[in-house]
Design a protein around this ligand. Sequence first.
Ligand code: CMP
Length: 150
Amino acid sequence: MERTFVALKPDSVKRGLMGKILSRFEDKGYKIIAMKLTNVSLELAEKHYAEHVGKPFYAPLLEYITSGPVLAMILEGENAILGVRHIVGKTNPDEADVGSIRADFCTVKEYNAVHASDCPESAKREMALWFSENEICDNYKTMLEIVMGA
Ligand code: CMP
């Protein structure tokens, strides 16, 4: 099983889209093993988006991600990193597949609703950045796991 970090950005929270977006991940079958609605400090934002330092969109990105609460979570499932990125869609909503979150709910890449880790290294780094070990609830089975005897 693979784990990935996902954050519903301030536009998702402010637009009341958390339930709709979450249901996409739950319906697919990903297991939520950590979740919190949290304000993002500038320090956390800088660490999270460190790879984008120097890019033209870096400063507005920090301003945006610290502008309101973010729903941060860890999802677990088979090939979760790739699968979640597929459900989320391409960065630019105009290029995202129809049916993906960004195609269905967003119009511009600057406010693209969701962040999802792009590779195993990023997932590991981002999970550790946003969650402590005791915030991870991997001590329960989903109904699917119970029925399948997993
Ligand atoms: P995210 O997946 O959170 O990773 C970096 C973010 O930068 C991206 O989503 C976009 O929200 C944001 N961004 C803003 N402008 C650009 C751009 N021109 N290219 C890539 N990402 C951008």
